[in-house]
Design a protein around this ligand. Structure first.
Ligand SMILES: NC(=O)c1ccc[n+]([C@@H]2O[C@H](COP(=O)([O-])OP(=O)(O)OC[C@H]3O[C@@H](n4cnc5c(N)ncnc54)[C@H](O)[C@@H]3O)[C@@H](O)[C@H]2O)c1
Ligand SMILES: O=C(O)C[C@H](O)C(=O)O
Ligand SMILES: [Mg+2]
Length: 627
């Protein structure tokens, strides 16, 4: 059925009117079959007769003209019958089948693809984004049919400045870049990690209304340290039929094509050699599109921090795993304070155990520390406990990562609790009795029964458990176990989507999705529309505060910390406006397109939100010839 998501309907109606108006002069220079093979312009059977005549399409299509609405319904019908036909099959088989049907549409007709994605975002986000995108990356070389985005490899050194001009679009606004070294919690997937920038940019189009002709997914292939991918390709060839492996907790991995890795077959570049490749790419991008916003995604921690440090003052970029995640987690943590019936300033007194001291865990703690300092002053003494694979991190830790040092416990801070360097998770939770247990470890099931039962003894009336690692199988625990073992009063969030939990007696345990998708589209959009020179901490704080204040008291009391994904365009417009206003206030904005910085300065908060909404692209077929 033709459907517009209920909550976002009014937004869409407005943007729809506007997009039709501004898309009128869009004239394509291609002719005939070239148009049918270009997903940016293709309308399939939807080309009206005037366009068929004037673009040399007559005879290349069946004669009947099908309306956009009919095309939409036909696609949804085939999607629903695929769902029916795959009923009872393993989840991974079904997910990949759904991904394939969506991907085929993406490759053929982007206008229709993004309309079905926007209208059905709740159903489709888990396919084109987390968690299915993880499975797609693991099987990327086998699933590969058509290239999408750009690939810059270590072999392209010295060539990137000319390569960047191979990209067919004249304007690029958003780039998502990965080196494939830490794909979700799945480790080093080399070139196969390209699925992540593609999925993130799909969310940019769906949530932030970035024009899909202006997005660029990029893989920086500097080799891989994944032994399997480095091995002789012939030894990896699987039989041509599907091979199913039942993994831990019943999860199935699928490789159903001959497997020949498509990336560079060499160990990862390190040190200066590595940085020289990233430097060259960044220079090339900025030579061609100086105002493009670049999102760094799924880099292993050392390069995530190093590249953020290296580039953040030089151009408009951010690291989503460090900074986007931090904002989403902080918004959720502030929500848990409200859920306890405490004033927000009580955040400074919350005992928070963070499991995972990588790019995400450290990013969260850094932003939480800034928030505590704002609330309680610079002498604030936050109650944060940080663990990595070697247990509790203290000042006694040998070769401590300098980024973890501010969160390492001093002897005097923990001796009263009977804790010491390297204490295990269950012991820490039992002795600290934290208000919040937050996992960004990438280790599935690490919040096991003993840990969850210990959370029942938390000092909070409403203990919070955030199992933020992705994809599904890497979540620190599942919500059913959390509500069963830690108690029905907990607040629960996971990075990947899970169903709400039926607690019996008509009660529901609400499952929040604490995923950076609630912020990165708004951060990118706000930065773009402000024309910010760079993305400051203040802009990121504005994003987090906006998300935190989006939820009503009633929702928070029911344990709902984040908006429904159906509202993602709406929350993205608000976050985008908050980021834009922060850039203007900090004097970082230079304006965008026809809208100069003076005009931005004079906009009220509501006018800024409206301005952001009006600049969101919405998928409709624009005319391809002059009337
Ligand atoms: N929900 C979200 O929005 C979101 C955002 C970013 C990252 N993540 C997820 O968080 C996970 C980690 O990402 P990252 O970038 O920080 O990775 P990372 O590799 O930089 O860090 C992982 C950390 O976990 C620690 N760790 C490993 N095994 C452990 C164990 N048994 N006990 C305690 N700690 C352990 C490591 O020592 C390291 O400090 C990934 O699964 C990723 O998908 C989720
Ligand atoms: O990609 C996601 O779903 C969130 C996050 O960026 C991650 O790396 O896990
Ligand atoms: Mg990521």
């Amino acid at each position: 059925m033709w459907r517009v998501a209920r909550s976002a309907a009014s937004t869409f109606r407005r943007t729809r009117r506007l997009s039709t108006a501004i898309s009128a002069p869009c004239i394509v220079h291609k002719r005939g079959a070239d148009i049918l093979h270009d997903p940016w312009f293709n309308k399939d059977t939807g080309f009206p007769m005037t366009e068929r005549d004037r673009l040399g399409l007559r005879g290349l299509l069946p004669p009947r003209v099908i309306s956009f609405e009919q095309q939409y319904d036909r696609f949804m019908e085939s999607f629903r019958s695929l769902e029916k036909n795959t009923e009872g099959q393993p989840e991974s088989v079904v997910s990949l089948a759904k991904w394939r049907i969506l991907n085929r549409l993406h490759d053929r007709n982007e206008t229709l693809y993004y309309r079905v994605l926007i209208d059905n975002i709740k159903d489709f986000a888990p396919i084109i984004y987390t968690p299915t995108v993880g499975l797609v990356c693991q099987n990327y070389s086998g699933l590969f049919r058509r290239p999408r985005g750009m690939y810059f490899s270590a072999k392209d050194k010295g060539e990137m400045m000319s390569m960047i001009f191979n990209w067919p679009s004249t304007q690029v606004d958003m780039i998502v870049l990965t080196d494939g070294s830490r794909i979700l919690g799945l480790g080093d997937l080399g070139v196969q990690g390209i699925g992540i920038p593609i999925g993130k940019l799909d969310m940019y189009v769906a949530a932030a209304g970035i024009n899909p002709q202006r997005v660029l997914p990029v893989m920086l292939d500097v080799g891989t340290n994944n032994q399997k991918l480095l091995e002789d390709p012939l030894s990896l060839v699987t039989p041509p039929h599907s091979v199913l492996q039942v993994g831990r907790r019943g999860f199935c991995f699928l490789q159903d094509f001959d497997f020949t890795d498509l990336g560079l077959r060499q160990p990862r570049l390190e040190g200066e050699e590595y940085l020289s490749i990233v430097d060259e790419f960044v220079e090339a991008v900025h030579a061609r599109w100086p105002k493009a916003v670049v999102q760094f995604e799924d880099f292993q921690a050392k390069w995530a921090f190093e590249t953020l440090d290296r580039y953040r003052k030089k151009f408009c970029m951010f690291n989503d795993d460090i900074q986007g995640t931090a904002g989403v987690a902080l918004a959720g943590l502030l929500g848990t304070v409200r859920a306890q019936g405490r004033p927000l300033t009580d955040f400074a007194n919350q005992k928070i155990v963070v499991v995972g001291a990588g790019s995400a865990g450290l990013g969260v703690l850094k932003m939480a520390l800034q928030a505590v300092s704002r609330m309680a002053g610079p002498s604030a003494d936050p109650h944060f406990f940080l663990l990595d694979k070697n247990g509790l991190i203290t000042k006694d830790r040998k070769d401590i990562d300098p980024a973890a040092l501010p969160f390492a416990k001093a002897h005097h801070e923990i001796e009263g609790l009977g804790l010491q360097e390297g204490a295990g998770l269950a012991e820490v939770v039992k002795k600290v009795k934290p208000h919040v247990l937050l996992g960004l470890s990438g280790v599935g099931g690490i919040f096991h029964e003993e840990v969850l039962r210990a959370m029942k003894e938390s000092d909070s009336v409403r203990p919070a458990i955030f199992a933020m690692s992705n994809p599904t199988n890497n979540a620190e625990c599942c919500p059913v176990d959390a509500f069963k073992l830690a108690g029905e009063d907990i607040v629960f969030a996971s990075g990947s989507p899970f169903a709400n939990v039926d607690l019996g007696n008509g009660k529901i345990g609400h499952v929040n999705q604490a995923n950076n998708m609630y912020l990165f589209p708004g951060i990118g959009l706000g930065a773009l529309l402000s024309g910010a020179r760079n993305i400051s901490d203040t802009m990121l704080e504005a994003a987090a505060e906006c998300l935190a204040s989006y939820m009503s008291d009633d929702e928070i009391n029911r344990g709902i910390l984040y908006p429904s994904i159906d509202d993602i365009r709406d929350i993205t417009a608000e976050v985008g406006a908050a980021v834009l206003r922060a850039a203007v206030a900090e004097d970082l904005a230079e304006g965008h397109g026809d809208v100069g910085v003076r005009e931005l300065q004079h906009m009220s908060k509501e006018e800024t939100i409206e301005h952001v909404r009006e600049n969101m692209w919405y998928p409709v077929y624009g005319p391809l010839v002059h009337e």
